[in-house]
Design a protein. Structure first.
Length: 473
């Protein structure tokens, strides 16, 4: 049997994380494999999207990502005018999405006639598709830029770990993340009700949505330091100072520093995309909830179709076969020429083959290495807490070990002494967030979740990218 992805090639893995097809796919798939082709003549490389037993993952072979990413970076992101035009287009699409979200929030959905509801769903879905499209270039461009920058640095610096350490410094974002912005605003807020209305979506995820009450923010505000804004400002100033020092120490040319700055700006762009995506999930759910009321179909079943299909369902399309099939798994094979829905049994088979990364372990597993994502305190020791579901309770002060992090992991990462992941590079979510939090972080270990168990005592050496097991639980 010919598999869609080569299991022997290094794979990009977004996930597996807890999630639902409705929240995590649909508009993004249509955007990155259809709309971007129509608009820009470009697409994300062939990919496999899977949902199974409450978890989701996106898989692509890395060689095409690196190759296409480098091309995107040089062609679309490095030229200032191209980068500026893409960002302006994206802002226009965000404004369109936000306008529809306002309409949804003030509409009495129960009283809307079915035709008007279908139009609202269709408009929102198409706006979300267009919103994703310009962000193809900074995201994929950063995967290519990471390799491109590494190659440039390796000409001058032969020690690979030193190269990764420098990359960690010079690609660090120079603007706060939306989580940091929210915290600063909360620390200064005199109107918790207004703050709640602005940030009620803060714990939304691809697995579900919540409307956080004012009491949540009130309790969090009590824990925030009074000088948080000043501390964050000093941290950002320190990032810029470290970049200047690294350039001087290693004699880095201005072009290399320019590429690194573009990477860090693209990271900020992706962060703002995550923020707007998490906001949109709330409004997606309101429409799904209304569709469930009108059709008598359970929300659980509707989570296995995307928003555009829900509009078609309300318009009279019979989805009974798909709803029954997708209870057992959802698979989508995505290329620039077609988007193919896979049978449930095939989705299950591919999940077993691709979703979890099982590495043949040979020799000593009490010491292994990865990519230095953030040095933080350098070397720390602590007990392991393997966290595969970010909504589960995390033991404060433990070493967070997981396959890959996503924005839902931020609150656990704040409580962690250090972070270790199976996958990722210097531009990954784990790397970006750990640098913001000044936490030691090692990514791309491949085997951390296989060889570490809850309660293991480990030493995380983020100066050298090494994890040592000191005591087995």
């Amino acid at each position: 049997m010919k598999y869609p992805l080569d299991p022997d090639v290094e794979l990009y893995r977004w996930g597996p994380i807890p999630g639902k097809y409705f929240y995590a796919a649909g508009d993004s798939i249509d955007s990155l494999f259809v709309d971007t082709v129509e608009t820009y003549g470009e697409a994300w490389p062939d990919s496999l999207w899977l949902a199974y037993q409450g978890r989701v993952t996106w898989l692509t072979e890395f060689p095409p990502i690196w190759e296409r990413g480098k091309d995107f970076f040089i062609k679309h992101i490095v030229p200032p005018e191209s980068r500026r035009d893409l960002y302006r287009e994206w802002q226009t699409h965000i404004n369109a999405v936000n306008e529809i979200e306002k309409n949804i929030s003030v509409a009495n959905l129960e009283r809307l006639d079915t035709r008007s509801l279908i139009v609202m769903i269709s408009d929102f879905y198409q706006a979300l598709v267009r919103y994703w499209s310009p962000t193809l270039f900074p995201e994929m461009g950063n995967y290519g830029a990471e390799h491109y920058l590494e190659e440039r640095l390796s000409v001058k610096i032969k020690d690979h770990q030193e190269v990764l350490r420098i990359m960690e410094i010079i690609t660090a974002p120079e603007e706060p993340s939306f989580y940091q912005l929210e915290e600063v605003e909360l620390s200064k807020s005199r109107d918790i009700s207004a703050h709640q209305q602005k940030y009620f979506w803060l714990q939304n995820s691809h697995n579900g949505v919540r409307v956080l009450p004012a009491s949540y923010f009130e309790e969090r505000r009590k824990l925030l330091p009074s000088d948080l804004e000043n501390t964050n400002r000093k941290n950002l100033e320190s990032i810029i100072a470290r970049k200047t020092a690294a350039q001087k120490e290693f004699g880095l040319d201005d072009e290399t520093m320019s590429y690194a700055k573009i990477m860090s700006d693209s990271i900020v762009w992706q962060d703002r995309r995550k923020m707007n995506t998490f906001i949109s999930l709330h409004y997606k759910y309101l429409l799904l909830k209304e569709a469930a009321q009108r059709t008598g179909i359970s929300e659980t079943d509707l989570f296995n179709i995307h928003l555009g299909e829900i509009g078609e369902l309300l318009g009279g399309r019979d989805f009974s076969k798909q709803l029954k099939e997708r209870r057992h798994g959802v698979g989508v094979w995505c290329t620039r020429s077609k988007i193919e829905q896979l049978p449930a049994e095939q989705a299950q088979e591919y999940w077993e083959l691709y979703a979890q990364q099982y590495i043949e372990i040979r020799g000593d597993t009490d010491i292994f290495s990865g990519v230095i994502a953030s040095r933080g305190a350098g070397i720390v020791r602590g007990r392991v807490h393997v966290l595969l579901d970010p909504m589960q309770r995390f033991e404060e002060g433990a070493i967070l070990v997981t396959t890959v992090t996503s924005p839902e992991y931020v609150f656990a990462m704040r409580q962690a002494l250090a972070i270790i992941t199976d996958t990722g590079g210097v531009g990954s979510h784990a790397a970006i967030t750990s640098r913001e939090l000044n936490k030691p972080c090692i990514v791309g270990t491949n085997i951390a979740t296989q060889v570490l168990k809850d309660g293991d005592l480990v030493e995380v050496d983020a100066e050298k990218g090494i994890v040592r097991v000191l005591e087995r639980a």
